[in-house]
Design a protein around this ligand. Structure first.
Ligand SMILES: NC(=O)c1ccc[n+]([C@@H]2O[C@H](COP(=O)([O-])OP(=O)(O)OC[C@H]3O[C@@H](n4cnc5c(N)ncnc54)[C@H](OP(=O)(O)O)[C@@H]3O)[C@@H](O)[C@H]2O)c1
Length: 197
């Protein structure tokens, strides 16, 4: 399978790219400063990616940042920035990828635990994750040509210790579990699902 991983130099994307490569995928590693350049907040840049890389079976997105601030400190612009960076950018990848990937291909997005489990300072992230997961339900149901669309929603990663203090009491997720969840989304039959890990 030919699989584009966007965010492939990140904590999640690197693990996913390595896991899929070890399973025989031809992995295209994309990010703003990576092997293949793309900025998912820029629709023209996403279009350029799908023009330059053809015959794609699967797309994985693991990019997007959100502000972590207490509820009373979050501004309208903070919510807008979370939505633009994490939600709208991944929706834009779906919007463009469904016209380009092969019949029966798949698109896997990344949300996160905060849509189901609150922490202090997590409201903007929760909003972005929840919107993305709701989008996936209907987008998958309406997707043409047998294309599958899912989200993976990880808890905090073992490999992201900078976040562990913030996620007190959470059970950090191993690289192996991340690799398994994204492999299920990419190679399995599920669609319209948020795979929690
Ligand atoms: N780490 C965790 O514990 C965790 C847990 C649950 C959910 N998540 C979510 O998973 C996603 C990825 O997290 P992460 O920890 O892997 O992040 P990360 O380590 O900061 O990596 C982000 C990746 O995305 C790329 N990227 C950033 N902005 C981009 C853009 N506009 N266009 C294209 N590529 C871009 C980065 O490379 P360039 O700088 O080269 O663009 C990098 O490859 C985030 O949405 C995060 O909320 C993370």
């Amino acid at each position: 399978m030919k699989t584009v991983v966007i965010g492939a130099t990140g904590n999640i994307g690197r693990v996913v790219a390595d896991a899929l490569e070890s399973r025989g995928h031809e992995v295209i590693r994309a990010s703003r400063n990576g092997e293949v350049a793309v900025d998912v907040t820029d629709a023209a840049s996403v279009a350029a990616l799908f023009d330059s890389v053809t015959d794609i079976d699967a797309v994985v997105v693991a990019a997007g940042s959100v502000p972590f601030k207490h509820l009373t400190e979050l501004s309208r612009d903070d919510y807008l920035s979370a939505f633009t960076s994490k939600t709208l950018s991944q929706i834009e990848v779906v919007r463009q990828a469904i016209a380009k990937i092969r019949d029966g291909g798949s698109i896997t997005l990344t949300s996160g635990v905060l849509s189901r489990d609150p922490i202090a300072t997590g409201a903007a992230a929760a909003m972005a994750n929840g919107a993305l997961e709701s989008f996936v339900v209907t987008a998958a149901a309406e997707a043409p040509r047998g294309i599958r669309i899912n989200a993976v929603s990880p808890d905090v990663l073992e490999n992201s210790p900078g976040y562990h203090q913030l996620f007190a009491g959470h059970r950090p997720v191993s690289d192996a579990e991340i690799g398994r969840a994204y492999t299920l989304a990419v190679e399995g039959l599920v669609t319209g699902q948020t795979i929690t890990v």
